[in-house]
Design a protein around this ligand. Sequence first.
Ligand code: ATP
Length: 248
Amino acid sequence: MKVRIEDLSVRYGATTALAGLDLTAEPAAVLAVIGPNGSGKSSLIKAVAGLVPHRGHIVFEAGNGSERRIGYMPQDISSRAALTVLEAVLLGRLGRLGLRVKSSDLAMAGAVLDELGLRHLAGRYLGELSGGQRQLVFLAQALASEPNLLLLDEPISALDIRHQLEVMQIVRRLTHQRRLTTIVILHDLNIAARFADRIAVMCRGRLICHGSPKAVIEPAMIAEVFGVEAAMSSTPDGSLIVTPLRAV
Ligand SMILES: Nc1ncnc2c1ncn2[C@@H]1O[C@H](COP(=O)(O)OP(=O)(O)OP(=O)(O)O)[C@@H](O)[C@H]1O
């Protein structure tokens, strides 16, 4: 599913969150969206998910007549719902559930719980989880819908470093294996550089640049967009390493 975003604008009353943004997300590719707080990243994802009113066009080009199935993981993962982890994950399949939960739905939910190492928490209530565990459950819910368009709003912000890497490895593998179109908002430039195929940089509701990690992540962009002086190096396997030095 290719997503073409043309001249997209989002306003909340007097606040302009997005102003005339053009961007394309391709299948089988992880598109990371980075940018300072308040730059419009969540508004972009919410507009693509159909959750906020917008102007402009969002065109979904599904190949082979396949329908659009969106897996959306919100930034706010607080939950007062009296649901168990398994119930919350099954809710990700709401569009497919009939009056009875089929064994195929339970099998899919179980497989996702296994993939994210959550099986032992299946019977726990959401309110009894740690922040990081709850974040993994919301990711599981998004994956349980068997999406072809995966929209993840800061999916690793509450996770320890091992879980950050595990989640990004899973997201990248599923994106490539199942040809998902994945748009993921990230704050960690190193994670974005390592796991994204393309990176879009936003600032004040506008797209500043987009391209491959190597083309986009460089000191001048980091200084201009984030107001940070940074040093660049690379890992033995060639991934970029950004070391933020000081706010300028
Ligand atoms: N529901 C809302 N009502 C009014 N203004 C809003 C609303 N949601 C977001 N905004 C404003 O829109 C702008 C963009 O917000 P958005 O959440 O899209 O940014 P973001 O880049 O995702 O930020 P962060 O990195 O802090 O999550 C901000 O100025 C924000 O204050």
